[in-house]
Structure formats: structure tokens, C-alpha cells
Write a protein that binds this ligand. Sequence first.
Ligand SMILES: [Zn+2]
Length: 436
Amino acid sequence: MKIYNSLTDKLEEFKTLKPGEVTMYVCGPTVYNYVHIGNMRPVLTFDMVSNYFKYLGYNVRYASNFTDINPKIITAAKELGITEREVADKFIKAYLDDLQSYNCNEITYRPKVIDNLDAIYDFITKLIEKDYAYVVDGDVYFRVTKIKNYGILSNQNIEELESGARVEVDEKKEDPLDFALWRKTTEGEQFSSPWGLGIPGWHTECVVMINNLFGSKIDIHGGGVDLKFPHHENEIAQSMALNNNTIANYWMHNGHINIDGTKMSKSLNNFVLAKDFIKMHNPNEVKLALFKTHYRLPFNISEDLFKEAKILNDKIFNALKQANLYLKLNNEPTGILQKDPNINAIMDEDFNTPNLITYLTDLIKELNIKIRNKDKISSTYDKITLINNILGLKYDLYTITDEDLSLYNKWLEYKENKNFEEADKIRHNLESKGVL
Ligand SMILES: [Zn+2]
């Protein structure tokens, strides 16, 4: 299969480090408040990516972290009048609840910074020993100019970056591009490091966690496109310094989210919290709407798109419900088909979910036609199930019992004998159960 690699800006053939296994890491949330719908895009995207690798037969080892030590958490703790740990725990729980309400699958690891402090001390110590980092007054900074290919991911060179206004000037740093690996803190939560009391820098934790869980290199590092610079660039710089590699063979970035054509952001105050959004939309509708846009492109939230997604979701649900009864009536087994070459052809092109949804729509039509023609439906049904699993669509279908079937047959009998009163009673019963 082919994946668009942000590191090389090319569509590349995907080869894993280890046969049969995919290792991937996606930067997780800083747990100081509720996440908004923009934060959910990488979550849903890489859930789909992981599902597709599982469909291909890979063992997927997937990690996403919690940034549970951060200046924003210290500020939130002051505002809420609780401790930093209480802030972190509260919003970790809220995040996990969000994932559940969006029907996301479990992942392999969810490491926290607080559990990795010793590894972070070791990592920074090694960088200092190798002269890639220096200590100034209780802070530790990374020496960016020592990394020759710095800017490789975001396609910028050091000279451009040096003159750019995006870099803050800090008198403590040797160079404006240098970034903090460790920061001295005078208020809030402080941890006792070899360099004094403070908190670790955000760019370090991800590299340390990856090295801890997987070793020096993984297959895929993912995240939102806004993390490319400086966060991911700085992760790469540290990995170049200690491991002489770019951490991941493939870097994948999802596009941002627009609301009615305007970029969603905190400063514009046009963001929607994930927990509020899901109250208005069923998770299947969110995914059908989201995956109609390729993951690398900006996603525009509009009312029309969600109307369309709702119509499609209802169509899928009704077709599956009908099929559920039809399969039972005809005693047709399902779950036999494990692969569909059409799915592979579509998804092997850098996870082309818009085309997969078109294919799903065609299969739903095919299913309805086959039921009408009284044909066998299991292969079409299985293909739909495979796609639903990849996109993370879940449909609660009622399990039809033998008793329901005999009731159904009675209903048909009453109808044929034009005993509509009795037929209606049974129909109501079957409808309330979800058989019809
Ligand atoms: Zn990260």
C-alpha cells in the first residue's frame, strides 16, 4: 500500500520495520480542559488508519500520550482551585469519555508524562553528555544548530527560521531556535530533576515515550498538521541527536477543521467542544461526514454535509436491519468474507476514505436490490461489515430469535388472509423490538 509521507512529501510504498507488525504513535491531548472537535480529527483519523491495518492482518501497536505536566495545567489548577493532578485526572477521564461516545477503539498504550520522568531525566542527561543540550540557570535547552537537517519536516532551513519572527527571543538561550527540554518553575507543581525543580518540555516527552515503548524507531508518527512545526520538528531533532534517525519512517499529518469556511480556533471563539458536538450528532454521522474528506485536506463542517451524512447513515441502518431479518429468514450465514479486493484498491491509495464511502453507498444499493430480488446477500453484507469496521461505524442490530420468526410468519399469514387488525398488532410488536 501507499502512504503519503510528510517527511519526504511523497506517496511512498509502505514497508513495516517488522513483518506483520505496525507501530504507531500519535500526539495526544494536554489535559487542562475539554477537547474540541478539532482535537477529535487526529483521533478519528488514526483510529481508521489502525482499523485498516488490522483489516490487512497486521498486529497494530498504537500509542498516544497524555501531556499531564504542562504550564497550562498549572494555570488551570489555580483557576479551578484544585491540584495539578486533579486537573489532569479530571480531563483524562473527560477525554476517555469523549472517545467512548465517539465509538473509538481501544489502543495499546496511553502513557503519561508523570510515569516517565526518570526516562526523561536519562534522555536529557544523554543529550547534555553528547553536547546537544546545555543547562542555564535550572533550564535545559536543546542546541538546534547542531542538527544539520533541522527543518526537514516543515521544509524550512535554519537561516530562514533564524530570521523568522515566529521564534521567541530568550536571553537565556544561545540561539533563538533552541528549545527547552527542562524548565525551572517557581510556582505550581515542581519535580526534582538533576537540574533542580521544574517541569519537562513538551517536545521531549513524545520522543522519550516512543523510545520507551517501541525502541528507537517506529513505523508511523501521526498528528495534526499544526504540530509539524515546531513540535514534530523538535522531536525529530532530538531523535537525530541520540538515535541518528527521524523517529518514524512515515510521518502522517491530518488537515485542520473549518467551520463554514473559517478555520476553527480558540482565538476566533468558533470552536465546538467534542462532548457538545456528539450530543447533536450520532458518531456514525460524524465519521461519515469527516471521512468524506481525505484526511490530509482541510475538513469543512457545514450543515449540509451533516444532513447528507444523516441521510446516508439512516440508509445504511435501514438496509442492515432489513438484511438482518432476511438473513435469519433464509438461514444464510455471514462473516465468511474477510477481504474485498475493491476495499484494498481504494484504501491502499493513502486511505482514500471518500472513495470508500462511495463504494459503501453502492453496496447498500446492491444489498437492497438483492433483497428485493430474493438473491443471496451474504457477500454484499460482509463487504459492508468490513467497511463499517474500517470506518468505525457501529450499528446496533437486534438479534432475531426463533420466536420472532414465527411471529413474523404469523404476520405474513394474517396479511394474506386480510386480517389486518391482528396483522397490525403483530407488526407493532415486531417494530418495537426492532425486527421490522
Ligand atoms: Zn508529540
